[in-house]
Write a protein that binds this ligand. Structure first.
Ligand code: ZN
Length: 247
């Protein structure tokens, strides 16, 4: 916006084409739009999307939008393959399936905050309303785990100044990903697995959703693939060396 102001001042002295005023505004809109939509840019808040410093073959599998009845199948597979994962849970889903939520914790996985409502409008919530979403869900996590969650994953990967303000107040680490499986969009299981396979590198954070049988099937193949390639699936806190809960 400073650029526009400078241009206005400058226009008193030299002739400036009208579109010159539009250009910086347009650039700002594009940069802010991209920064808000793509979590890896860390445009509004510091986000943790991978650990490039990892030397051994470690990766973190994350599941969003649970707990759901599918979560139970996910837990069985993880146990069978001796893998650990991180579950970013929706508060209202924890209320619906408290036993499944407790099973995640009992199996030694990490849980994080994924807002209370996961409303498609969360990106438009004022900071205070967004903060309440985080606090209610943290209350539910604490109720069942006895721990105060420090991990937050933004729904749809969207961040903006209001979300940044809310997160600053609650003190959460914002956890993103560098491998988006698109498991809620892509229909073919092979295509999904190949998409992950192509992007797999040590230190990666993979985004999946424990909401469909399709993802359960893909997970089964992914865990075999990881074993064949000597990868170890760890929690996000282990991968990034940051605490998932308040001490
Ligand atoms: Zn989500």
């Amino acid at each position: 916006m400073l650029v526009v102001l400078l241009l206005i001042i400058l226009s008193f002295f030299v002739a400036i084409a009208w579109w010159m005023f539009l250009l910086p505004v347009l650039l700002w809109v594009i940069i802010t739009g991209v920064g808000s939509a793509f979590i890896f840019t860390g445009y509004h808040i510091k986000t943790y999307c991978k650990n490039t410093a990892v030397k051994d073959r470690k990766i973190a599998i994350t599941f969003d939008d649970g707990p759901t009845p599918e979560t139970t199948k996910v837990l069985d597979l993880l146990k069978k393959h001796n893998a650990k994962a991180t579950f970013f849970c929706i508060g209202s889903q924890i209320e619906k399936h408290p036993d499944i939520f407790k099973a995640i914790l009992d199996d030694g996985h990490t849980v994080g905050n994924h807002t209370y409502s996961h409303s498609p409008k969360v990106g438009f919530f004022p900071a205070q309303k967004f903060r309440e979403e985080l606090e209610i869900t943290n209350g539910l996590i604490e109720k069942y785990s006895g721990k105060k969650s420090l991990f937050f994953r933004p729904p749809f990967g969207v961040t903006n100044p209001n979300i940044a303000k809310a997160v600053k107040a609650t003190g959460h680490y914002v956890i993103g990903w560098n491998i988006r499986s698109l498991d809620t969009v892509i229909k073919g299981e092979n295509r999904l697995l190949n998409r992950i396979k192509k992007r797999l590198t040590p230190g990666s954070i993979i985004l999946l959703h424990d909401t469909s049988q399709k993802t359960v099937n893909v997970l089964e193949q992914l865990l075999v693939l990881l074993e064949q390639n000597k990868y170890e699936a760890v929690t996000v806190n282990q991968l990034l060396n940051i605490p998932a809960y308040e001490e």
